[in-house]
Design a protein around this ligand. Structure first.
Ligand code: ADP
Ligand code: MG
Length: 415
C-alpha cells in the first residue's frame, strides 16, 4: 500500500517563480508584478453565511499566485498553469453577467468577473491586462480555490488600476478590504454564476496570520481571534476526499433556497434574525425546512461558542474537550439536518475521531470536498494512515492530506 499523499504549500518564492514562468511562456515577456491570495479553511460556521450567520475561517498557506502586466488597450489575456485551455482572449468592454451577451465560460469567468465588477463601480476606462495563474490550492476541494484566484486579481487590479482599497496586508481587516471582497463576491455570483455567500472572499482578503477571522455575515464586520495552534500543541489536518463537487450545480442552490423559503415563512429577513428557536420549529410545517433551520440556528450558536472559546485562551484541558464537542456536533448537524455530507466525508470524520482527533468535521460546501481534524502532532500519522486504509478497503480513490496553519491574506508578492 502506498504512503498517504500530502499536498504541500509552495514556498512563496517558488509560487512567484512559477507564476512568472507561466506568464513568460504564454506571453513572451516578463510580468510587471506578482500578487497572491490564499485558499481558506472554515473552522466552524458552515452553510450559515447566506443566512447572515457567523463563520470562523483561517487563511491557508496554499495560495494562488498571479503574474500580471497592464496593457495599453482594453484587451485581457488569461492563462493558468492548472488549466489545459489555451490563452483566453477577452475585451473589457464585452464582459457581462451570466446569461447576458457578455457571458464568459469556464474558469476565466472568475477573473473576468472581478475586472467587470470593479468597473461597474469605478468606470469602464481602465487598461486591459495579461495575467498568468499558478496555484497550489486544490480545486473543488472545499478550500476555496475560486476565491483565491479572484482575490489574487482583486489585489492586483486594486494596485494597477490605482483604486487603493487593499492597504497593508499587515492589518488586512479594515473597511477597504471589506469593500474589495464585495467585487470578488459579485464576480463569483454574477459572472461565474455560483451563488456563494461571501465567506470565501472575505477570508482570502482579511485573515491575519496566526488568527482566525470571526466574520459576521450580516454586514461582513469581523474581528481577529488569536489561533496559535502550535502553542496549543495542536495541528489541523485536512482530508481532501477527492470527490469533486461543483458549487455551480443544484445542491448548493437548493439548500440556499430552503433557507430563504424558511425565512420568508418565519417573517424574518434572514434566519440569523430568528430569536425563538422553539417557536420557529412550531411555525414550520415542512419536516425538511425544520431540519434545515435547526442546522442553521444550532450552527450559529456553536460558532459563537467556538469564538468565545478561542478568546478565553489556549485550547488545552476542558477548552479542548469543548472544541471537540462543537466540531463533532457541527458535522453531525450538516450530515443529518442539512444533508450536505457524503460517505467519503463521513468515513474520513468517523475514522479521525476513532483514532483520537480532537474533533472532526466536513468543511466547505459539502457533497465531496474536504473534512478536517484537530489533532496532536503525535497522532497525525496514524490518522492519515487509518483514513487512507479505510478508503482503500472501500475501493475509493485515495484521499489527499494537507497540513494547515493560520496564514496571511492576499498581498503583493514582489516589489
Ligand atoms: P473551490 O473553490 O472549493 O475549490 P469551486 O467549484 O468554487 O471549488 O471552484 C473551483 C473552480 O475554480 C475550478 O473549477 C476552476 O474553474 C477555478 N479555478 C480554481 N483554481 C484555478 C486555477 N489555478 N486555474 C484555473 N482555474 C481555477
Ligand atoms: Mg469556491
Amino acid at each position: 500500500m502506498s504512503a498517504p499523499l500530502f499536498v504541500r504549500a509552495a514556498v512563496p518564492t517558488d509560487g512567484v517563480q512559477h507564476a512568472r514562468e507561466t506568464f513568460r511562456q504564454a506571453f513572451g515577456s516578463d510580468a510587471t508584478g506578482v500578487w497572491s491570495a490564499p485558499g481558506r479553511l472554515n473552522i466552524i460556521g458552515e452553510h450559515v453565511d447566506y443566512s447572515g450567520g457567523p463563520c470562523l475561517p483561517i487563511a491557508l498557506p496554499h495560495r494562488a499566485y498571479l503574474a500580471l502586466s497592464a496593457r495599453t488597450d482594453r484587451k485581457i489575456r488569461l492563462v493558468s498553469a492548472q488549466s489545459q485551455a489555451a490563452v483566453t482572449l477577452l475585451d473589457l468592454d464585452d464582459i457581462g453577467p451570466k446569461r447576458s451577451a457578455g457571458e464568459v465560460s469556464g474558469w476565466s469567468a472568475y477573473l473576468a468577473g472581478v475586472a467587470w465588477a470593479l468597473e461597474e463601480e469605478y468606470g469602464r476606462d481602465h487598461p486591459g491586462f495579461d495575467a498568468a495563474l499558478w496555484s497550489c490550492v486544490p480545486q473543488g476541494g472545499g478550500l476555496s480555490s475560486s476565491a483565491a484566484i479572484e482575490c489574487s486579481l482583486a489585489v492586483a487590479l486594486d494596485e494597477v488600476w490605482g483604486i487603493g482599497l487593499a492597504g497593508s496586508s499587515a492589518s488586512p481587516n479594515g473597511p477597504g478590504r471589506t469593500h474589495l471582497a464585495h467585487f470578488a463576491i459579485r464576480a463569483e455570483n454574477e459572472v461565474a454564476g455560483a451563488r456563494t455567500g461571501g465567506l470565501d472572499q472575505n477570508a482570502s482578503l482579511r485573515c491575519r496570520q496566526g488568527h482566525a477571522l470571526a466574520l459576521d455575515c450580516r454586514d461582513f464586520s469581523a474581528r481577529d481571534v488569536p489561533f496559535d495552534l502550535a502553542a496549543d500543541g495542536l495541528e489541523i489536518l485536512i482530508i481532501d476526499t477527492q470527490v469533486s463537487h461543483s458549487l455551480a450545480d443544484g445542491h448548493y442552490a437548493a439548500r440556499r433556497a430552503d433557507c430563504e423559503e424558511a425565512a420568508r415563512i418565519l417573517g424574518v429577513h434572514q434566519l440569523v434574525d430568528v430569536d425563538d428557536v422553539e417557536a420557529a420549529m412550531r411555525a414550520l410545517d415542512s419536516q425538511r425546512l425544520r431540519r434545515r433551520v435547526r442546522h442553521v440556528l444550532s450552527e450559529i450558536a456553536r460558532t459563537r461558542a467556538f469564538g468565545d472559546l478561542l478568546d478565553a485562551g489556549a485550547l488545552t484541558g476542558t477548552r479542548r474537550d469543548v472544541a471537540r464537542l462543537l466540531l463533532d456536533d457541527s458535522h453531525d448537524s450538516l450530515r443529518d439536518d442539512f444533508e450536505v455530507s457524503c460517505p467519503q466525508l463521513d468515513v474520513a470524520v468517523d475514522t479521525a475521531r476513532a483514532v483520537g482527533a480532537y474533533g472532526s468535521r466536513m468543511t466547505g460546501g459539502g457533497f465531496g470536498g474536504s473534512a478536517f481534524a484537530l489533532v496532536t502532532p503525535e497522532i497525525t500519522q496514524s490518522v492519515t494512515r487509518a483514513v487512507a486504509d479505510a478508503y482503500d478497503a472501500r475501493g475509493w480513490h485515495s484521499p489527499r492530506f494537507i497540513q494547515a496553519r493560520p496564514s496571511g491574506p492576499a498581498a503583493r508578492e514582489d516589489e
